[in-house]
Design a protein around this ligand. Structure first.
Ligand SMILES: Cc1cc2nc3c(=O)[nH]c(=O)nc-3n(C[C@H](O)[C@H](O)[C@H](O)COP(=O)(O)OP(=O)(O)OC[C@H]3O[C@@H](n4cnc5c(N)ncnc54)[C@H](O)[C@@H]3O)c2cc1C
Length: 342
């Protein structure tokens, strides 16, 4: 009997589990490895911080979802993969063999900034939520969509928030909302270090805070970076359009931890969900002996950026809109996603 090992309960694997719950894949042994039986959906994290949602609104019971699809849930954290012996080693000494594996273990926050240990990284999300305490003066380092959403969510809760950004990457609409909500947005001001205090150092400027959050870009997980699986120049797993590793076709990779060699695209939950649909389809094909199909990334993805209050911005390609209705639209999409996994 074939053994399929799903590593990480990222967006794509959640989609795969949902599909298996609707239509199980009989005649194969499928195991999901993840450090936690329950996890919070990242898209609703700013809403939790802003006070719009409780934890239970955004939580997915992974173990229950797996059970519905006849997938064994193995609680654990992978720390090494040996593609030669087709074995994954977990923290604590356990190991699991596979015939086919799929990796959807996400990415982590770039911690290369000197003194990054004095800040709280937004990933892993469970650790972030467990350690986060509301504070008066907050700095957010990294002004991508996630950093901007977190900054506005904390501002909504009354904190004085400074948002540092190396490059100005936010859209004019997002910048306008940051200013309107009195987030001290500092584009083009790269943080050079964080010192005990915590103190944010940006060139010759130094400022004291009560809390510093790191929402700097995604970097690869160290255990995948040091694996024998083929990688792009940054260390993300390099895959074909079928989502199979270009070096080890029995290993699939999806979500943030993967880069499509022929059609690279931005890393976000929206793409990871689509990867999941392609993965489960290809696992079914693989086991029935059919030819695998290519995943074709959508050329425009919808970005929904919440602005602290029940107000949001929508952007897709050259189109954009904003308002309270956009927040309710995002709320509907997020709640529908969670409901579909319950
Ligand atoms: C605040 C915030 C808001 C965001 N909002 C949005 C949004 O609205 N829309 C959007 O498209 N994107 C959003 N993103 C980006 C999005 O969260 C990521 O791109 C997305 O989570 C990547 O999904 P993934 O499926 O690759 O992995 P993740 O969703 O990060 O999941 C990784 C999984 O792997 C598990 N795991 C990690 N390490 C191991 C290990 N060693 N062994 C086993 N399991 C492991 C984790 O526990 C987790 O279950 C947001 C990001 C942040 C920080």
């Amino acid at each position: 009997m074939n053994r399929i090992l799903l590593i990480g309960a990222g967006h794509g694997h959640l989609v795969a589990l949902r599909s298996l719950a609707q239509k199980p894949l009989y005649g194969t042994r499928i195991t999901l490895v993840s450090p936690h039986a329950r996890q919070v959906y990242s898209g609703m994290l700013p809403g939790i911080l802003a006070g719009h949602y409780g934890l239970h609104d955004a939580e997915v019971d992974i173990a229950a979802l797996a059970e519905r699809g006849y997938v064994e849930f193995a609680r654990g954290r992978a720390e090494r993969i040996d593609p030669k012996s087709r074995t994954v080693f977990l923290e604590g000494g356990r190991s699991l063999r596979y015939d086919f594996a799929a990796i959807n273990a996400g990415s982590r926050v770039d911690m290369s900034l000197p003194g990054a240990g004095h800040a709280l990284a937004v990933k892993p999300y469970d650790e972030f939520l467990a350690k986060l305490r509301l504070a008066e003066r907050v700095a957010v380092v990294g002004a991508g969509a996630a950093g901007a959403e977190l900054a506005m969510a904390l501002r909504h809760r009354g904190a004085l928030v400074t948002l540092y950004s190396e490059k100005p990457v936010l859209s004019p609409r997002a910048v306008k909302q940051l200013r309107r909500r009195k987030v001290d947005y500092r584009p083009g001001m790269p943080v050079t270090a964080i010192e005990p205090g915590p103190v944010v150092v940006a060139g010759s400027a130094r400022q004291d805070f009560d809390l510093v959050l790191l929402a700097t870009g995604a970097v690869p997980l160290p255990w995948l970076r040091s694996s024998a699986l083929a990688q792009d120049e940054r260390g993300f797993l390099l895959v074909h359009r079928t989502l199979q590793s270009v070096s080890h076709p029995e290993v699939f990779a999806l979500g943030d931890c993967a880069t499509l060699r022929d059609t690279p695209h931005p890393k976000s939950g929206v793409y990871a969900v689509r990867h999941g649909e392609a993965l489960v389809d290809n696992l079914r094909r693989l086991l029935s002996g059919a030819r695998l199909e290519d995943y074709v990334p959508q050329n425009k993805a919808l970005l929904l950026l919440s602005c602290g209050a029940r107000y949001a911005i929508a952007e897709r390609g050259g189109w954009s809109a904003q308002g309270r209705w956009v927040w309710w639209w995002k709320n509907h999409i997020d709640r529908r996603w969670i409901a579909s996994l319950r």
